[in-house]
Write a new protein. Sequence first.
Length: 95
Amino acid sequence: MVIDLKRKRQYDIYHSNHISVKSIMSKPKYAVIYDELKSKVVSGTYSPGQQLPPCRELTTIYGASYITVSNAVKALIQDGYISSRHGKGLFANAP
């Protein structure tokens, strides 16, 4: 029986470096968006009172669905990092 060592080595390298999608995506996408926006508000990237991009624009920025972005925004509003003004948009609060 002849074993192709080059193929075996490639197989071993692939399987030793392979990371499953589940281990990479340990957090839900809305939580990743929440953390990203929260860090921008806390760090001062969005100063208090500054308008954030609308949810539709955030969907293209983060490559997520509207519902996913909406869930992250609702959590940020609930935790006091941003506020929503009807007809005006989303605004950063003081950290």
